[in-house]
Structures are given as C-alpha cells and as structure tokens.
Design a protein. Structure first.
Lengths: 430, 151
C-alpha cells in the first residue's frame, strides 16, 4: 500500500518503490486467486484474464458468503423492528459501518454515511453542502483528470447557483500542476473536488498537499476515493480532507453500496439529502425534526445486504498482508508498464512514476474498441473508450484509450497474455 | 485465430477502415447531420448533396473504430447516385444483415460491397458501431442539421 499520508508525491513514490520491506514473493498470489471463484471461468474457451478491475473488481468468496448468509439467516428491516431478526439485521448493518470507520480511520462512526456509490456520495455533497455554501459568483475547483461523476454534479450545482467551475491543469504525463492548482484557489473557492487516484492515468494525487492549500484559503476538500480504496491505505484523518467518497464494488464488495465520509461538524450542519423514513426524529404535518448523521442522509430502507458485503470486503482487505499486497501490485504494474512499452506502436497514456494499478494505452491507428473486441476473443477483459472522462481525453488529445487495470489477484501471467493478445491485434491491422 | 474475428475484420472492412472513401468535408452539401455514440465517443459528421431526391454526392468526417469508419466508408461508396428512398430501403436490409447475420432474411450478396459487414452480427456490442453512419444518414435525409445517437 502506498502511504498516502506522506508529505508529497515524491515521498509517496519512495514508499511505493520500497518493496524491500516486503517483497512480491511474500504475497501468496495463488491462495488469493483461489478466493475469487470467477477467475476459474473460461471466456470463449480461454481462461479468463480479467484486467478490468478499475471498472469493477471481482468478488472473493467471503463477500459472496457474507451477503448470502445475511439473506439466508439475518434479513429484516434495520432500525425499526423490536424482533430478533430486526436486531440481527441492525447489528450486521451497523457492524459494517464500524468496519468502514476503521478502514478509513475516521474519528467517529457517525461520519460514515452509506450511499449507493461514489457517484451518489459526490451528488449528496453537491446537493447539501454545496447548496448551502456555494452561492452566486463563488467557485468550485476540480481537476482536468476527474471522472464525469466528479465533474457533472459540480456543473449542475454551479449552473443552479450562478457559480463558476474552475479546472486545475495537468501535465502531459498526467500529473496535477500543483502550483497552478494553488493559484486557482482564491477567496471565492468554496470547495475543491479532486480524485485520489485517476481511473484513466493511475496517477496518485498528493491529497494532503491539496488539502493544505485549500484549507489555508478556507475551502473544503472532497476526495473521490473510488480507485484509491482498493489499492492505497486510506487514512482520512491523516489526509485531512473534509469528504471522502468510495464505492464498494471497486474494492471487492458488491455494487449498489458505497460510503461518504464527512467530518462530523460538517455533516451536523448540512441539510438532509433525501426525505423519507429513518432520516427523521419526529414528523408532523407542520414540522419534521431530522435525525442525526448518518441517519439524516440515509432516507428509506438501505442496501443492507450490500453494506454487509462491503463489511466483508473490508475484512478481506484487512486479512491480506498489506505491505506484501502493495509490493505485489506494484510488481505487476511495473512489469506491465515495461512489457507494454515494448509492444511496437504502443503509446502509454499516463506516465508519471507515482501510479497505482492502471495502465492506459493507445496502439498506432487501431481504435481501442477494436483492440477490446480482439482481446475479448482471447479471454482478456480490458476497458476501452473514454472511461467516463471525456474532458481528460480531450486534454490528452485522444478520443479513447484501452485500459488494463489491476487488482490483488492480477499476475505477471495476465500481462503476458495481454502482450500476446496485442500481437494478434497487430496481425489484423497489419 | 477465431473464425468470428476473421468474419468481423474482413480484408475489405480493414481496407475501408484504413483508407476510408469519401472521407472529407463536402462543399455544397445540402444536408448535414452529426452522429454520436455516447457510450464509446464515436462521432461522425455526414454531408449529403441531394438534388431532386437523388444523392449526388456524400462524404463524412469523424473518429471511430474500424467498424464504424468502414461502415461509413462503404455506405458513402454505395449510395452515390441512389435515390433517397433506395438508400433508406438499403439501410433496412443492412440492418437485418447486421442483426441476423448471413443466414438471416437478407443474404450478403443482396447488399453488394456492404456484405463486408456480414460478420458484425456475431458481436452484438459492435452492431451500434456499424449502424451509426446509417442512423446519421436517416437523420440527414429527414431533417436538416439533426444529431443522431445510437442511444
């Protein structure tokens, strides 16, 4: 795991490269792969080579079992009934919240709000904190490497409020230009929204520095942690950010569940997101008294089995030896970058040295979709297209890329299969 | 090498993808339409010079995968001199070929050069790539300046 609480990207790089503390050989990759039943599947008669974990990770048996166990043995609505199962379900759901609190190192369990995913977490902040703190002529600052989910909610807010959306630039290698970012944070900047790890470039951003710059000027910081959570050791207190958003399905958990971390004092004063059951203390036709966080932001019956699955995913990650996992993932990433750089006509996109688990590339005149189709017939799953980051594609001067993304179960053999598959792509388009 | 891939990336298709015909802006176009595939970002601009219901000239520009580019190229190469009703009827037949394949209701030999698209049906996720140019054509012929979308 990269130590994200390090002072700068440069330091993060050093720690990243410091596999000496723990070598890839310390990681029992075969045992980890055994935990993921889907990896035994065949695709078009070939063994599955899954290189699309940044889109969604595969699920370990423990997560599947936890959800199944909940539905088989513990299912009832949470926070409502007085009967046995209601209590079991509530314990399971709130137990998952406590696990996530540990995982992110939040100060308080009430700072953990369950949502559908990173997208909903960001929309929640835009529609609550944003609506009450961003006014006409104010500014929201994002970066050129954001996913659509960290662009569009802010655009919608700015349009509604007559505020201005500003964009911090990146280098050709795909790194934030920190001094430019700093210049863009002014007295009108109410919020800075930045991704921790880019889903296209793999760049690990120096969040703590961004937070320091923003806080020095009174702006709040939201971090899109969707791609970081499965790979980095996230410590929201060390990062100092105000909001941190993650998706369960990108970190070995199920879809439809995610988390918004928000600092207590901010969540306390924010208005509710949606109205409904569970988010109230009392309701009359004259006046409704809202519940405290996190319930204030969790209207309606929540995704209980999903939360339980996410809790199991946190346990799964916690059960891996994190330094060994980090060394393993870094080893496969470095191996992949080296191997792909040697494929004739291939150009890597996102070439900073502080990267995590994503390798984007383009191949001569061959469109990424054609690469994707041909690789698929070899059993290899990669993502192709604009990766929900069209402004970033424009910045990089490409219409689309092919992306191989890694997870704990990825191997050097997966990379070898990819390189061999790209050889077949080149044969077609010779 | 998979037989389906050979059917998909036929030599004619690769040739049209690499050297698309009528790949230019058409001066004096009477109809234009933009086509867009929001899922993959493929985009094309279609220019048609229509006179008395006949497609006198047709050209396109844009970016996309081999299948969308080749399909647009083959379409423009086929439609020059055709009446607009003939063009739309041909789209109907091509659509059947794309979704049902060579053993469906439309035989590849009925569509001339467009038979190069006969392997697409085995890749349902790529049918949209092949139909983008045709949807855009339909819009260009129907209303001036509209935008076609595969979604």
């Amino acid at each position: 795991m990269t130590e994200v609480q390090t002072d700068s990207l440069a330091t993060a790089r050093v720690v990243h490269g410091q596999a000496g503390r723990s070598s890839p050989a310390d990681f029992d990759i075969e045992r980890v792969r055994q935990d993921f039943p889907i990896l035994r599947e065949k695709v078009h008669g070939k063994p599955l080579v899954y290189l699309d974990s940044a889109a969604t990770s595969q699920k370990p048996q423990a997560v599947i079992d936890a959800m199944s166990h909940f539905l088989l043995k513990e299912n009832a609505n949470v926070h409502r009934g007085v009967h046995y199962l209601a209590e079991r379900a509530t314990d399971a759901y709130e137990g998952a919240r406590a696990k996530v609190k540990q995982f992110l190192n939040a100060k308080d369990v009430h700072e953990i709000v369950f949502v559908r995913g990173t997208t909903e977490a960001i929309n929640l902040v835009a529609q609550t904190y944003g609506k009450t703190h961003v006014g006409a002529d104010d500014e929201v600052l994002i970066t050129a490497m954001e996913h659509h989910s960290n662009i569009v909610p802010w655009q919608m807010l700015c349009e509604e409020k007559g505020a201005r959306l500003r964009v911090a630039p990146i280098t050709d290698a795909g790194e934030l230009v920190l001094e430019e970012l700093e210049k863009l944070i002014g007295p009108k900047t109410k919020l800075v929204a930045v991704t921790h790890v880019s889903n296209v470039l793999g760049t690990v951003n120096p969040i703590r520095q961004v937070v320091e710059m923003a806080h020095a000027r009174g702006a709040r910081v939201l971090v899109d942690g969707a791609q970081a959570a499965p790979h980095l050791r996230v410590d929201v207190q060390a990062l100092g950010c105000d909001f941190y958003a993650i998706s369960g399905h990108k970190m070995y958990g199920p879809t439809g569940i995610g988390v918004l971390y928000g600092r207590s004092e901010l969540l306390d004063e924010m208005p509710p997101y949606q109205g409904g059951g569970d988010m109230i203390l009392s309701v009359s036709f004259e006046k409704t008294v809202y519940n405290k966080p996190p319930a204030k932001f969790e209207a309606g019956t929540p995704n209980m089995a999903g939360a339980v699955g996410l809790g199991a995913a946190v346990d799964f990650l916690g059960g891996l030896e994190r330094d060994a996992l980090s060394a393993h993932e870094q080893d496969v990433l470095d191996y992949g970058i080296r191997a792909l750089a040697e494929v004739p006509g291939l150009r890597l996109i996102g070439t900073t040295s502080g990267k995590a688990s994503v390798i984007s590339f383009v191949l001569d005149e061959v469109h990424p979709h054609d690469i994707g189709t041909i690789l698929d017939r070899e059993g290899i799953a990669v993502r192709t297209g604009h990766h929900c980051a069209q402004p970033l594609m424009s910045r990089l001067g490409v219409v689309a890329t092919a992306r191989a993304s890694l997870a704990c179960y990825s191997t050097r053999q997966d990379i070898d299969a990819l390189v061999s598959g790209l050889g077949k792509v080149r044969e077609f388009f010779r | 090498m998979s037989a389906e891939l050979r059917d998909l990336y036929q030599e004619v298709l690769i040739d049209h993808a690499k050297q698309p015909r009528n790949f230019r802006k058409l001066e004096g176009a009477t109809r234009t339409a933009e086509g867009f595939n929001p899922l993959c970002g493929d985009q094309l601009m279609l220019y048609v010079k229509l006179a008395d219901g006949v497609i006198e000239d047709i050209a396109f520009q844009g970016s996309g995968c081999a299948i969308s580019k080749a399909s647009a190229s083959l379409m423009t190469a086929t439609l020059k001199g055709k009446k607009q009703e003939e063009a739309l009827a041909l789209f109907g037949r091509v659509h059947i070929l794309l979704t049902e394949g060579p053993s469906g209701a439309v035989k590849p030999e009925e569509v001339g050069k467009l038979a190069a698209l006969s392997g697409v049906w085995e890749f349902p996720m790529r049918v949209k790539c092949a139909t983008l140019a045709w949807h855009t054509l339909r819009n260009a012929l129907a209303v001036q300046g509209t935008r076609a979308s595969t979604e």
